[in-house]
Write a protein that binds this ligand. Sequence first.
Ligand code: BGC
Length: 506
Amino acid sequence: MYKWVISLAFYSIFILVFQVVYLASAADHYTRADFPADFIFGSATSAYQYEGAAFEDGRTPTIWDTYVHSANNNGATGDVTCDGYHKYKGDVKLMSETGLEALRFSISWSRLIPNGRGPVNPKGLQYYNNFIDELIKHGIQPHVTLYHVDLPQALEDEYGGWLSRKIVKDFRAYADVCFREFGDRVLYWTSINEANAAAIAGYEYGFIAPGHFPSSKVSSRNQTYVVGHNFLLAHSAIAKLYKNKYKATQKGYVGINIYAWGSVPHTNTREDIIATQRANDFFIGWLIDPLFFGDYPETVKMNAQTRIPAFTEYESKQVKGSVDFIGVNHYLTVSIMDRPITSDIITRGFDADKALWIIFDQGQPAPGEYPVMPSGLYGVLEYLKQTYGNPPIYIHENGQMTRRNGTLMDTSRVKYMHAYIGSMLDAMRNGSNTKGYFVWTFLDCLEILDGYESAFGLYYVDLDDKELKRYQKLSGKWYSNFLKGGNVISEPSKNAPFHLRSGFSQ
Ligand code: BGC
């Protein structure tokens, strides 16, 4: 009995020491100075979600316009949204006052080249030149994404958009215009936002543009793989173009972006552990392996059989080594459970090929908020480091979803950002080559999944005000304080000095 008490006490002390050591090693108190000076902190937006002016100055519709105008989405469109097309000067001033070092934004292909191919629209060109100049004037580094879910509708109508290899030529010509016109000021280029999620959500589940799903007229079976393949071919074509024609003079970088959630096994069984590796192969390896190794992961090829296109030798060579960095969008951690393959090969698409269940069971956040699971981000950065030889990583999006209810006291967003930036610092201290972090998003804007129901912004945009006035949230203040060198705390004071409009809840 005596011995038992001693060993229990010893065990408790061990657990306590372990916890203290673990907590001490997880970055909780940090400042901007804990990150390398050339590390870049910014925020992110995308053209369709921010610009508005959807029918102005020669811009033509995209698949995203078409999708939100036809889907049952309570009339939420990007026709106006934050009206960044007209209000960008004020916004850049706000960004500068906030202390942003960089802005990640996307160019609207159909604003620059109406209908996706042919002559450049002078007004579109002027807008992006002005916007980039304004950022630079304020010392904010522009990081440009070329494609963020907004394919010119004309190309979708003409040949099925990303489903056709014809897209590669048009995307290359569009990128050529961007490199030529903006490359004297833009050094960081991302070809495609969330290449994996854009293919899965757009062509398998149909909950983002162009909204293909199995029961729709266009069968989605295999489309996800075809689109993923064409994303890689288009990406590598523009990377090659940049390398051959622009790199020597402009000295910039070309990368691709993926959505990466943290994946943990649902149980400690061998099956779930293997299924978790399979999840990483399907969600990350599917589009990142070819960029480093020239081919899809074995598991993906084995399960997808002839549904996934095979690389020719030429394609494989062009794709391999075509990234200078990987952009990562991270929001959530999920747990993975094995799901044995059944014999319904004929009806199988990308989802069934994965042979696993994805379980969203992490934590108990308030309704509509993301659970704070920073270890998920640490895990993703560690995984990329170990699997791909520690390539440069930019966290292009990370942020907390809340309801768009007009409160400026977004304490859950502050907790989320504090934890995730700290976790990124932990990963960097463990060797991860992460070089930048962008909060999604600067202003509450059109959200991809639910229009104006949810919000991720550091600033609230009052949609009832005809001027669409912007108001800083607590998170904006917290981030600004951090960027300006202040100490960060995880529990923000409820009494933080704020100018609140009447009607806002605190
Ligand atoms: C997308 C953004 C979106 C954000 C928040 C990302 O998947 O790139 O367009 O608004 O998530 O949902």
